[in-house]
Design a protein around this ligand. Structure first.
Ligand code: NAD
Length: 424
């Protein structure tokens, strides 16, 4: 029977499916395996009644999707946002399967969320919403089934409410069900810097395979939040020259190199963690656009859609290492390719975050905690291995790194699915 391809009206899910079907064809996957991987194993929808502070009751919609568990439990964040819907969760779960697979960790992809604008809730309302969501998805999450984590607008406090609720329901502590917890509550040392450390490691390894040295390389980093700040610090520590950093307050440029320690000092003392005041440092000036500044490596670490058909033509960097999720539109990707700019794709470069979550889960299952040095040493080893695996695959098959990463990721899950077979 011919394969009937899934379609979706949701742009994120449609794109995820189209990309997957293209890769499945290239890998010559059997139709049955393609069809299995194009469908999620479980899609859970829950209603979440919350008693508001004024005594009224409001009902929110929540979701949890487990896309695939061929190589291990599903893994992926929970987001609280007014645009969350089932299709978006499914698309993001789909992408998590490939990210975990590429990272070589024993997880499939999952994602969840609640359709809510959390800024409209009081802390008590947020706690009641979080706990009721956890209670309603309790039957489908577990350390060996589906392991949620923070995502947009969720954090360590919310993970703690989730863990506490399910632990009480089950009558035993369940620390390994959720990652991204605070350190005293079975969280992990090292997680804060993990994604940035991984992004910078990819840039450093890229220089090595090209026979170059990262020392003195001019780097421009968009976004100085969790990812951007530790990317900047790791690259500066390795001897790179950080010529530009940016955040929502603007773009700060210094041809002689930005003082990264000063950036941490400014964001550390600013209530909204902003870089305001950096323009007063010697040699620093504000410029209009970071994408087109004079640099060797551009690292978008802020938000999706930073490189578009409008600005990609102006990029002067020879290399782009994607710290953010989806920072390059497909049109911009084609332009960068035409210009001969080498791109290290997001789901390779920023996978330090999910590898870090895996480390937290390992520690929680064993009840034995690692030092930050042990954590970083293991993270570096995994990130380097993954970078070289994708680099070698791209050379061997003569494809771009993004394609190589995608094909390698799908192949691992397809092989596992085929080996495990169809149940009964
Ligand atoms: P964050 O909120 O800590 O920081 C975001 C930074 O980007 C802030 O400095 C903010 O001011 C800046 N920013 C936002 N909009 C901007 C704009 N239009 N122009 C310039 N700067 C802008 O977020 P984060 O955790 O660092 O995440 C950044 C990106 O990395 C997101 O795409 C996220 O999905 C992705 N990511 C994060 C992790 C993680 O572990 N934190 C893991 C994988 C991927």
């Amino acid at each position: 029977m011919a394969l009937v391809k899934r379609k979706s009206d949701n742009v994120l899910l449609r794109t995820a499916l189209e990309n997957f079907y293209g890769a499945a064809e290239e890998l010559k996957l059997p139709d049955g395996i393609t069809d299995m991987l194009a469908h999620s194993e479980r899609k859970t929808c829950v209603s979440i009644p919350v008693e508001m502070d004024d005594g009224s009751i409001k009902v929110f919609e929540g979701y949890r999707v487990a896309h695939n568990s061929a190589v291990g439990p599903s893994k992926g964040g929970v987001r609280f946002h007014q645009d969350v819907c089932l299709d978006e969760c499914e698309a993001l779960a789909f992408m998590m399967t490939w990210k975990c697979s590429l990272a070589g960790i024993p997880y499939g992809g999952g994602k969840g969320g609640v359709c809510v604008d959390p800024t409209t809730l009081s802390k008590k309302e947020l706690e009641r919403l979080s706990r009721t969501y956890a209670a309603r998805i309790e039957p489908v999450v577990g350390a060996w089934t589906d392991v949620p984590a923070p995502d947009m607008n969720t954090n360590g406090q919310i993970m703690t409410w989730f863990m506490d609720t399910i632990s009480r329901m089950r009558g035993r502590l369940e620390p390994a069900i959720f990652t991204g917890k605070p350190i005293p509550l079975w969280g992990s040392k090292g997680r804060n810097a993990a994604t940035g450390l991984g992004v910078a490691t990819c840039a450093i390894e890229l220089m090595k395979v090209l026979g170059k040295d990262v020392k003195g390389m001019k780097c421009a980093i968009q976004g100085f939040g969790n990812v951007g700040s530790f990317t900047a610090k790791t690259l500066a520590d390795a001897g790179a020259k950080i010529v530009a950093v940016s955040d929502i307050t603007g773009v700060y440029y210094c041809a002689d190199g930005i003082n990264v320690a000063k950036c941490f000092e400014l964001t550390g003392t600013s209530p909204k963690r902003l870089l305001t005041g950096l323009e007063k440092e010697p040699g620093v000036k504000m410029i209009d656009e970071i994408q087109s500044c004079d640099c060797d490596i551009f690292l978008p670490c802020a938000m999706e859609g930073s490189l578009t058909a409008d600005n990609a033509g102006r990029v002067k960097a020879k290399y782009v290492v994607e710290g953010a999720n989806g920072p390059t539109t497909p049109e911009a990707d084609a332009i960068l390719d035409q210009k001969g700019i080498l791109v290290v794709p997001d789901f390779l470069a920023n996978s330090g975050g999910v590898v870090g979550s895996y480390f937290e889960w390992c520690q929680d299952l064993g009840g034995f905690f690692w030092t930050e040095e042990e954590y970083n040493e293991r993270l570096l080893r995994i990130m380097k291995d993954n970078f070289h695996r994708v680099w070698d695959f791209s050379k061997e098959h003569n494809v771009k790194m993004r394609r190589a990463a995608f094909l390698a990721a799908i192949k691992r899950v397809a092989d596992a699915t085929e080996m495990r077979g169809v149940y009964l």
